[in-house]
Design a protein around this ligand. Structure first.
Ligand code: F6P
Length: 342
């Protein structure tokens, strides 16, 4: 049995831990051979491969990024994309494919599985917004990085009597903002799921200063002001590579707060720092267990599935469960946290 492995979408701490677990168990327990496909779906689309075995996986467990490279290539955007993938998998002698990725990558995997490709998915995203699994690896690392930043910003905000707005990742879901905001003791958290009221945010700022506490406001990059708030929001721009660039909400929010309250405000954008570097122990553990279960599915000939965390168990669920509908913060979860804010 020859197994292909690819990593697609935005990189994420723990990708290498998955690759390592897949390869080690595949070689040691099942005698499988492996081939790495470079840069997500671009690899099988263009037939770009690299050797992948136990040797290539030595020392990669604590390393961020992915030794296979990544991209946001989607073969379904090309007329002959699917046929090219099938041809290149056949040319590489690949019997089964392990695709590690988020919404887009697993969406492609789901459609390829329907078209007869033997594929097993592994869910990843720092945003933790994939359905079907309680957590994705990479999220814990991102939350820890954001929490450390918030901890540090408390002292500088207090010293200068300033508002500190911390912009974290989360295009569609506020998981990173909510978890790091709670863990870091932020005074307000604004998330994409619930449009924020700029008047209420400014009232919060005034109240905090009255009690001599500098406000720390954590905002997801995808958060938006409620209609009619009077706060303008530049829409996400599409760059030359076809990616929508969000960002900027932190800066606009800080400026708006300054104008409306007269309090000095600064914005800090954590950006890709949240995705880079070494994974936490939890993410190494989760990614490793995902990898072991994924190669177990290949060994059992169970395709069209993705691995998932349910409680403390790693299970296999139909790929379709992970794609289509994003897992977002519920109004109840957001409301529950409000006791710590304000
Ligand atoms: O991986 C998901 C994510 O972290 C989003 O929160 C963010 O909007 C996006 O990636 C940014 O990705 P890139 O700049 O790599 O296109």
């Amino acid at each position: 049995m020859r197994v292909g492995v690819l990593t697609g979408g935005g990189d994420c701490p723990g990708l290498n831990a998955v690759i390592r677990a897949v390869v080690r168990k595949g070689v040691k327990d099942h005698g499988f051979e492996f081939v790495g496909f470079r840069d997500g779906w671009r690899g099988p689309l263009e037939g770009v491969t690299m050797p992948l075995g136990i040797e290539q996986c030595r020392g990669i467990l604590p390393r961020g990024g992915t030794i296979l490279g990544s991209s946001r290539t989607n073969p379904f955007k090309l007329d002959d994309g699917v046929q090219r993938i099938k041809d290149n998998l056949a040319a590489a002698g690949v019997d089964a494919l392990v695709a590690i990725g988020g919404e887009d990558t697993l969406g492609v995997a789901t459609r390829l599985a329907d078209l007869g490709v033997n594929v097993v998915g592994v869910p990843k995203t720092i945003d933790n917004d994939l359905s079907g699994t309680d957590f994705t690896f990479g999220f814990d690392t991102a939350v820890n990085i954001a929490t450390e930043a918030i901890d540090r910003l408390h002292t500088t905000a207090e010293s200068h009597h300033r508002v500190l707005v911390v912009e974290v990742m989360g295009r569609h879901a506020g998981w990173i903002a909510l978890h790091s905001g709670i863990a870091g003791g932020a005074s307000a958290v604004l998330i994409p799921e619930i449009p924020f009221d700029i008047d209420a945010v400014c009232a919060h700022v005034e109240t905090r200063f009255q009690s001599e506490y500098a406000p720390i406001i954590v905002v997801s990059e995808g958060a938006v002001p409620a209609d009619g708030s009077g706060m303008t929001l530049a829409s996400g721009e599409t760059d030359a590579f076809g990616h929508v660039r969000l960002g900027g909400i932190g800066d606009r929010l800080a400026k708006e707060i300054e104008q409306r309250t007269g309090k000095e405000a600064r914005a800090v954008v954590l950006g890709h720092i949240q995705r880079g570097g070494t994974p936490t122990a939890f993410d190494r553990w989760l990614a490793t267990r995902f990898g072991l279960q994924a190669i177990g599915a290949v060994a059992d000939g169970e395709y069209g599935v993705m691995v998932a965390l349910r409680g403390t168990n790693i299970v296999r669920v139909p790929l379709i469960e992970g794609t289509g509908v994003l897992k977002v913060v519920s109004p109840e979860e957001y409301a529950e946290a409000q006791v710590f804010f304000g």
